[in-house]
Design a protein around this ligand. Structure first.
Ligand code: HEC
Length: 143
């Protein structure tokens, strides 16, 4: 009896996790905006954690950014905008490069990777983001 109950609880937990992973997919412009706000907040926090040399927090931040940019990449791929998908892939790669630099203690590689990462924000925003009355959106006609 107890075993069955445990099985049910585990089953529910697994289903919930799968549900969360799926809902992480960016399927609308609203989702995209939310993901970007998450990117912005995580990127800002990352700068602070870098300055504070808080390795654990930096690793959590770069892992989160890599995951977000993989979803951003999938969004652009699904809308058939390969150039934007490529910038997102570069961003994910740069976040992973920071992770790798910390894990292998190649600290001199952190700054260049961080610069690459910051460069992707500007490259993509310059090409695909439009700001109207303080709100950001994907430039009309891009999707
Ligand atoms: C592959 C393209 C791409 C990359 C890379 C990218 N962005 Fe964006 N971002 C966009 C687009 C397009 C928008 C506008 C759409 C929206 O907000 O709904 C946007 C909007 C935002 C917003 C929302 C509101 C605002 O102020 O514009 C923030 C914050 C943001 N990006 C931060 C970042 C940061 C920080 C990085 C780099 C670490 C980054 N983005 C990298 C495409 C990108």
């Amino acid at each position: 009896m107890q075993r069955q109950l445990l099985a049910v609880i585990v089953g529910v937990a697994v289903t919930t996790l799968v549900g969360v992973a799926q809902s992480g997919q960016i399927s609308s412009e609203e989702d995209y905006d939310a993901a970007m706000k998450d990117v912005g907040a995580t990127f800002r926090a990352l700068q602070g954690d870098m300055d504070a040399r808080d390795g654990e927090a930096v690793l959590a931040g770069t892992a989160k950014l890599a995951g977000l940019f993989e979803r951003v990449q999938a969004f652009w791929t699904s809308h058939n905008v390969p150039a934007a998908a490529a910038i997102a892939a570069e961003a994910a790669g740069a976040a992973n490069a920071i992770t790798a630099a910390i894990e292998s203690q190649a600290f001199q590689e952190i700054a260049p990777a961080q610069e690459t990462l910051a460069g992707t924000c500007q490259a993509c925003h310059g090409e695909y983001r439009e700001r109207v009355d303080g709100n950001a959106r994907i430039k009309p006609g891009v999707l």
